[in-house]
Design a protein around this ligand. Structure first.
Ligand SMILES: *[C@@H]1O[C@H](CO)[C@@H](O)[C@H](O)[C@H]1NC(C)=O
Ligand SMILES: *[C@@H]1O[C@H](CO)[C@@H](O)[C@H](O)[C@H]1NC(C)=O
Ligand SMILES: CC(=O)N[C@H]1CO[C@H](CO)[C@@H](O)[C@@H]1O
Length: 501
């Protein structure tokens, strides 16, 4: 989005306007941060000063672009309505709609609107590793989509937990119970959204072992806007980035480009925001920054970084802001294909449009990732990419391209743009080919981890065994043991999503 990319420029020229703020899913420097479960509080019970703050506290600057609210943990509860739980901030304990177990969190409406006014999207995350978030059929899932639409999105109901605040979409964080109904659910949400006045987003948060046991089939069946892959609690986590047999962003990128119904889907690196936010996978901010920028340089599907969770990020020295700054730099708005430590491609400094020869220059294509300096022909003009660019047409909103003027028959002088950088389609199969055999993953993942992480390792070991329901079920009670808060099982499972001891 032009405004954010050129925030400094726009602000300094006095054109700052709130209404110009808008989330842009097509960027590659977005930061999505889960809010709701007070992960810091759950792991630092006595340090209440650093517990989860009001939602709006995380929208005071431009660090965070998207906030999935975690979680809607029960789909069908009392009175046929779902349950939501935002731990210390709002849950069924803080008041419900009559005849239901649905928390009335209408005080959050102002927070939600304040965040949206700052260009952030606020979505509702469904699931969170609870077994109570499942469908028995497509028909049931479709009806539930209607309920979600009416309670949280563009529909209407007398039991809207956030009052007249309209969320920006849904996130599927389904970690158990299989995939039944989810594709039908998403399709129905999209159907409602297609006639709406604003854009709604559908995202998912699978674990990194590919394909995901619960969401894999869903990801292949319906288009998503973004996929926040959990690169933690698993062999393929960030801690194993340097092991080409483990780190598998290439698999996800390849899925995006060859299997996903939406070939423009954005893939995020999901990361724990502190060492206590997950059982494994946390890396320091410099490491994450390098990983994110390197990955962005290699894979055009890269959309940004997802963090679990907001409370942990803030308590950990504003890890959220730090990664945002890292993503902004070294390519900032448009991103870069330049790995750290290499010489960036020279880009033209010509600011005055001049006519250029278009001989031998290919027409711009939306599905090609262009390096800075790449030349294309578009609308009869020669254009040069200012930086890494994909899907932003020359003259488009992201401002990725410099107009070199109308194509002429004469040969362009070398002063226009001495260097001809060929557009490059990102190599997507480099790492895919070297993905480790399952057996390798087992041995490493079978480190002294507790139940849920063990379960994840089992899933990694058997990517073909898509169904993980029984395994998950068999360990529900032991998962509960992990709940240091001594809460009931569903809460413990939600919490355990990112805190698998
Ligand atoms: C596909 O992904 C792009 C993000 O690059 C998004 O803007 C678009 O809405 C998505 N379409 C569908 C159908 O999910
Ligand atoms: C909500 O979730 C929190 C954190 O997981 C848990 O402690 C609490 O018991 C849950 N509340 C309800 C009413 O389920
Ligand atoms: C099926 C499965 O993963 N079972 C595990 C449940 O947790 C216990 C205790 O850690 C393990 O021993 C089982 O293998």
């Amino acid at each position: 989005m032009t405004f954010l990319k050129h925030l400094g420029l726009v602000a300094s020229s006095g054109l700052l306007a709130l209404q110009a703020l808008a989330f842009d899913n097509g960027r590659n420097d977005n930061v999505a941060v889960y809010w709701g479960q007070n992960s810091y509080g759950a792991t630092h019970g006595s340090d209440t000063a650093n517990w989860q703050k009001a939602l709006s506290a995380y929208c005071q600057d431009d660090a965070i672009d998207a906030i999935p609210l975690a979680f809607m943990n029960v789909f069908f509860s009392t009175g046929g309505l779902p349950e939501i739980n935002f731990s210390s901030t709002c849950s069924a304990n803080s008041g419900v709609f009559s005849g239901t177990n649905l928390a009335n969190c209408q005080f959050l409406a102002a927070d939600i609107k304040a965040c949206q006014a700052r260009g952030k999207i606020i979505t509702l995350s469904l699931g969170g590793a609870t077994g109570a978030a499942t469908f028995s059929s497509d028909a049931q899932a479709q009806t539930f989509a209607d309920t979600i639409w009416n309670l949280f999105l563009g529909g209407s109901s007398s039991t809207r937990p956030f009052g007249d605040a309209v969320l920006d979409g849904v996130d599927l964080d389904i970690e158990g119970g299989g995939s039944t109904g989810y594709a039908a659910f998403v399709t129905r949400i999209r159907s409602h959204a297609s006639g709406a006045s604003k854009k709604y987003y559908v995202t998912a948060a699978p674990q990194c072992p590919f394909p995901d046991g619960n969401l894999g089939a869903v990801l292949n069946a319906v288009g998503f806007d973004a996929v926040y892959v959990q690169f933690y609690n698993n062999f393929c986590g960030l801690n194993n980035f340097n092991n080409p047999n483990a780190w598998n962003f290439a698999q996800w990128d390849n899925w995006a480009k060859t299997q996903s119904p939406n070939r423009s889907v954005k893939i995020y690196i999901g990361a724990p925001a502190s060492s206590t936010a997950a059982g494994s996978g946390f890396v320091d901010i410099n490491t994450l920054s390098n990983i994110a920028r390197t990955t962005r340089s290699q894979f055009s599907s890269f959309g940004g970084v997802m963090l679990w969770d907001a409370s942990q990020a803030v308590a950990n020295g504003r890890y959220d802001l730090a990664i945002k700054n890292a993503l902004r730099s070294g390519g900032g708005g448009g991103g870069t294909t330049t790995p750290p430590g290499t010489t960036p491609p020279a880009t033209t400094t010509t600011s005055t449009p001049v006519s250029g020869s278009c001989a031998g220059v290919a027409t711009w294509q939306s599905n090609i990732a262009y390096n800075g300096g790449s030349q294309v022909v578009y609308n009869g003009h020669l254009w040069v990419a200012k930086w890494w660019s994909q899907a932003d047409a020359p003259g488009g909103p992201a401002g990725d391209w410099t107009d070199m003027g109308a194509c002429t028959s004469r040969v362009a002088t070398s002063s226009v743009h001495a260097q001809t950088v060929k557009a490059t389609v990102k190599a997507t199969s480099v790492k895919t080919a070297s993905t480790a055999p399952a057996a390798t993953k087992v041995s490493v993942a079978a480190s002294p981890v507790k139940t849920v992480e063990s379960a994840a390792a089992s899933k990694t070991a058997q990517p073909s065994a898509v169904k993980t329901t029984s395994k998950t079920d068999s360990n529900k009670t032991t998962e509960n043991d992990d709940d240091k808060d001594g809460q009931k099982a569903p809460a413990a499972r939600r919490f355990s999503r990112f805190f698998r001891f």
